[in-house]
Design a binder for this molecule. Structure first.
Ligand code: NAD
Length: 447
């Protein structure tokens, strides 16, 4: 156990590293070398990274992969994906290739509305508050004019405010429920700034209004914050083809494949245990693109999971139909993402990712991300209903296992060749590794 520290954030980067090495790693200098080896050689780029967050001591690398051949609304994309899980990019690329020959992905923006709330406590007559709100709605909106001017010029801004009475759920609890259009930005900071101003205006107006008693004027603003649940910032991505074009999969006929696939989706629609894993697979694709494009994957995940629970039970985010000889597979998901703001103009790799996608608008990016999630889910279900998921997954994981075993490049090559027609398991790889090196498996496996 090390001792607590005061003022850690005020130490220099070197000072922070020294404290960590001394206090947590008993002065082990190899830790300094490790942390330094991950610093960027270009000081200006390192400075940029240092300033993204507090207490930066080094960088944390993730691979940036690309999935080519994504045909989305008749435009071909190579999609950047930042992710650690070995099979994700390969699966996305495989699904993209499959749908490339079958018309690709079609996406539709169903809405782009964002939401924020002023959560407040009013201990008084709700009727009085309602009439006050109706009379002052415009004044409330106008009080944000200086903040919203540029957004309004872009075609966005505040689109509506409602007073919501929540006193049945929590004593004296009301909301200003505010609707926004934030154009090409995700809008979190813009929304929060507007909400803070609205709260200030609200308390000021109530305070100066004679219809309220002194005790009613004691409004308590509890929070002013955007909601990450954006059910009306929604995108749909879809693939479809005649069943006969699905082709034979691992000895399963096209018709049988379509039926099994449909059932697998139905199971995820009705069974939360399966839905959770099913949606996790969708987020494999979505998070990787969200991260690569410098967007907020926590916000996107939170919205997606709430959306998946909107009917009172956690359900699949994708759906499938097999009707009139047509196979259709689609996703509808709230995606609040930006192509300006946040890190988008700062992080060199994020800028690269946007450029590679042709500098899309926020709406186009929503479509690209939704298509990635759908592709990922298609690849996973395709494997699950035919050969099983481990075959492809473990093949991709083989190099991770070999790296853990510290295999040489020649050994790795030999293993990839050896496992071409065999099922990879951790155990099988370790056994073969021992055999190759002439080590006794039993004693090696115990280590
Ligand atoms: P931001 O604060 O960087 O602001 C974006 C700004 O860019 C806009 O407010 C606008 O002034 C400007 N802009 C220029 N051109 C524009 C265009 N064409 N369309 C729209 N705006 C344009 O970013 P943001 O989008 O307000 O907030 C996103 C960031 O906030 C993310 O980094 C996110 O992680 C973070 N955040 C998230 C939460 C949350 O999700 N709960 C809370 C706080 C902060």
């Amino acid at each position: 156990m090390h001792t607590p520290i005061k003022g850690f954030s005020k130490l220099t980067q070197k000072g922070k590293t020294e404290w960590i090495v001394d206090e947590i790693f008993n002065g082990d200098q190899s830790i300094v070398d490790l942390l330094e080896s991950y610093l960027h050689p270009d000081e200006s780029i390192q400075k940029l990274h240092n300033e993204f967050i507090e207490n930066t001591i080094t960088n944390y690398y993730l691979p940036l992969g690309v999935a080519p051949n994504f045909l989305i609304n008749d435009t071909l994309y190579t999609i950047p994906m930042a992710i650690e899980e070995s099979s994700v990019v390969a699966a996305a690329a495989k699904a993209a290739q499959f749908w490339l020959k079958r018309g690709g992905f079609k996406t539709t923006i169903l809405g782009t509305e964002k939401i924020g709330h002023v959560h407040f406590i009013f201990s008084g007559e709700s009727k009085k508050l309602e009439s006050f709100f109706a009379e002052n709605k415009k004044t409330l909106i106008n009080s944000t004019d200086d903040i919203t001017a540029n957004m309004r010029a872009r075609g966005g801004g505040i689109t509506d405010i409602r007073l919501v009475n929540k006193t049945q759920d929590l004593e004296d609890y009301y909301q200003l429920d505010v609707r926004f259009q934030t154009c090409d930005s995700m809008g979190a900071n813009f929304i929060n700034s507007c909400l803070e101003r609205l709260a200030e205006t609200l308390t000021g107006l109530i305070d100066g209004d004679n219809r309220f008693t002194d005790s009613e004027k004691q409004v308590q603003i509890v929070m002013r914050i955007l909601s990450n649940y954006t059910p009306n910032c929604l995108v749909r991505a879809e693939v479809s083809c005649p069943i006969s074009e699905l082709s034979e999969e691992e000895g399963v006929s096209a018709k049988e494949f379509a039926e099994k696939f449909y059932r697998a989706v139905r199971i995820a629609e009705i069974e939360p245990y399966r839905a959770t894993t099913h949606n996790k697979g969708i987020f494999n694709g979505i998070d990787a693109v969200v991260l690569a494009t410098g967007n907020d994957f926590r916000a996107v995940e939170a919205a997606g999971h709430t959306h998946a629970s909107r009917n009172g039970k956690y359900e699949s985010l994708t759906h499938c139909s097999v009707e009139n000889d047509t196979f259709r597979f689609w996703i509808e998901i709230p995606l609040s993402v930006g192509v300006v703001g946040g890190l988008t103009a700062l992080h060199p790799m994020v800028k690269f990712a946007h450029k590679m996608l042709g500098n899309p608008s926020a709406e186009q990016l929503m479509g690209i991300i939704a298509a990635s999630g759908l592709a990922q889910n298609f690849a996973a279900l395709r494997a699950l209903v035919t050969s099983g998921i481990q075959k492809g997954h473990m093949k991709m994981h083989l190099l991770n296992i070999l790296n853990q075993l510290e295999a040489t490049d020649e050994e790795k090559q030999a293993f990839v060749e050896y496992f071409k027609d065999k099922t990879v398991s951790h155990n099988a790889v370790v056994r073969k590794f021992c055999e190759m090196r002439g080590i006794q498996y039993e004693s090696f496996a115990k280590k």
